[in-house]
Design a protein around this ligand. Structure first.
Ligand code: SF4
Ligand code: SF4
Length: 189
């Protein structure tokens, strides 16, 4: 398989080829009925519909898959999985594509990867997300002072309505440290 989708600066991870093959296995019985697309609440924002994404997987169009934002917009609501007439694990397949992008450090997904990592870091520290801390971690990771400025009016609005609390970022008690470590061990196998 030619990996044109990966630049020379991005990480090579031999597990990724296996993961891509596993996604192909997951969607092999797809009959292209389009029920997944019709069920997906985020399809309107995707550049390829879920049905089309599965078609690309089956046709080994890896370059196009990893230039698409479709899988990054999956919010894991499970509607497609519940409604697929072939009973395919579509949410799991979307999650695996996200995992590949993360493992390979694909630069075009940097923003969504850092967003996800910052969210999970806050959950790891406190057992739940602390919005203020999460956004602070994300802005720091993005290293672009213009991004916080863009979000300031929205943040002020949320705070005025009591939707975001003013909790100061902290290391917390590492409430979920052990669980996270275990998952990291399992993923490293
Ligand atoms: S709902 Fe299932 S069978 Fe239908 S297009 Fe989507 S993945 Fe394929
Ligand atoms: S699980 Fe993801 S792809 Fe499936 S319907 Fe929900 S958002 Fe769409």
């Amino acid at each position: 398989m030619t990996l044109l989708w990966k630049t020379s600066t991005e990480t090579d991870d031999p597990c990724c080829d296996q993961l891509i093959a596993s996604v192909k296995d997951m969607v092999q019985p797809c009959i292209q009925c389009g029920t997944c697309t019709g069920s997906c609440p985020n399809a309107f924002a995707m550049d390829h519909t879920p049905r089309h994404l599965w078609r690309m997987v089956l046709m080994d169009r890896t370059d196009e898959i990893f230039h698409s934002k479709t899988f990054t917009l999956c919010s894991a609501c499970y509607y497609c999985t519940l409604r697929c007439p072939r009973g395919l694990e579509l949410t799991e397949a979307m999650a695996t594509l996200k995992q590949i992008a993360l493992r390979r450090g694909l630069s075009r997904y940097k923003q969504s990867t850092l967003f996800y990592k910052s969210f999970m870091e806050s959950v790891r520290r406190h057992g739940r997300v602390r919005e203020m801390e999460f956004m602070t971690l994300y802005f720091a990771a993005m290293r672009n002072p213009l991004i916080p400025l863009k979000f300031t009016p929205f943040g002020m609005k949320l705070m005025s309505k009591g939707k975001v609390s003013l909790e100061i970022p902290s290391k917390g008690r590492g409430a979920l440290n052990e669980i996270f470590k275990k998952v990291e061990e399992l993923e490293a196998v």
